[in-house]
Design a protein around this ligand. Structure first.
Ligand code: OAD
Length: 266
């Protein structure tokens, strides 16, 4: 049985983090739930309510990138409930606690599956957005990424083309579509982080989507300790050394406080 979300569990997690050489976090939709953004799975999850997008989304983009851009601009002009929840969202206490764990030198990297930009807005510096960022654009040829205000989108000449010298690849939104490979630079960084990690924090992810869910498992195979923060058990709970069962916005600030206390006692 995993420990309940009590002070012992928080203290055990804090001890692991303070003793780590290279702690890495994998975050998912649950960390942004308290920012008002729904998760994907579970009772009110986006996919539960709407169904998953078609698996050929990326192929459809390539078949007709102009049509995708026209739809994107229409959706931006008339956002649905989900898009509104994303654009109205602010980082919550969980995002700030992770950023603080980084700034005090305890957390080395965050791999997030979220496209909501909230880790960056909370001040996280070392981050891989494995599924992209809704506020960024990416070239489908050279994979350069830019914040969206750095790319000229000319309504008369869609799709936009890559502005990098020597490349005129088609530009798409940075969010990874169903059927699209993970961008190679993101993948490479995740492998490197998993190889270095001796503690892996899992926050608000059901850990059922690959390759993201593979990285904590790779680290675990090499002896890393997993700490899970999630109100519910997940696909990787069996591997977790300690589980904090509660909302990330409550658990991570408690964990941060316990980490600080341990550092002060040293
Ligand atoms: P899921 O919706 O699969 O899982 C969300 C997790 O968050 C669940 O384990 C919940 O129990 C947990 N949760 C809910 N509220 C929470 C809270 N307040 N604090 C902490 N945890 C909470 O979302 P992901 O695992 O992120 O990919 O899904 C992974 C990928 O599936 C997404 O990136 C997306 C989707 O298809 C793409 O769109 C490419």
């Amino acid at each position: 049985m995993l420990p309940a979300p009590d002070t012992d569990a928080i203290d055990e997690a804090a001890a692991l983090l303070v003793g780590a050489q290279h702690a890495v976090a994998l975050t998912g939709a649950g960390i942004s739930k308290e920012s008002g953004i729904p998760t994907f799975r579970g009772k009110d999850g986006l996919w539960t309510v709407r169904g998953e997008p078609p698996l050929n989304q990326f192929q459809e983009f390539h078949r007709d990138p102009k049509a995708w851009w026209v739809r994107r601009l229409e959706q931006r002009a008339n956002p649905d409930e989900f898009a509104l929840s994303l654009s109205a969202s602010e980082p919550n206490d969980a995002h700030y606690a992770l950023a603080e764990l980084e700034s005090i030198g305890v957390l080395r990297h965050v791999i997030t599956q979220n496209v909501d930009n909230l880790h960056r807005r909370a001040g996280q510096q070392s981050i891989t957005e494995i599924h992209g960022n809704m506020r960024w654009m990416r070239c489908t040829d050279c994979h350069t990424r830019w914040p969206e205000d750095k790319v000229d989108v000319n309504l008369e000449d869609l799709p936009p083309r890559c502005p990098e010298p020597g490349c005129s690849g088609i530009v798409k939104g940075d969010g990874v579509m169903f059927g699209e490979p993970i961008p190679p630079d993101a993948l490479e960084r995740c492998y490197a982080e998993a190889a270095m990690a001796d503690v892996f924090l899992l926050v608000g992810t059901s850990a059922v989507v690959y390759p993201a869910a593979m990285f904590p498992q790779l680290a675990h195979q090499r002896g890393a300790s997993l700490i899970e923060i999630d109100p519910e058990p997940t696909a990787l709970s069996e591997l977790a050394r300690v589980a904090l069962r509660g909302p990330a916005g409550e658990m991570l600030p408690l964990l941060l406080r316990a980490v600080r206390e341990r550092i002060e006692r040293r």
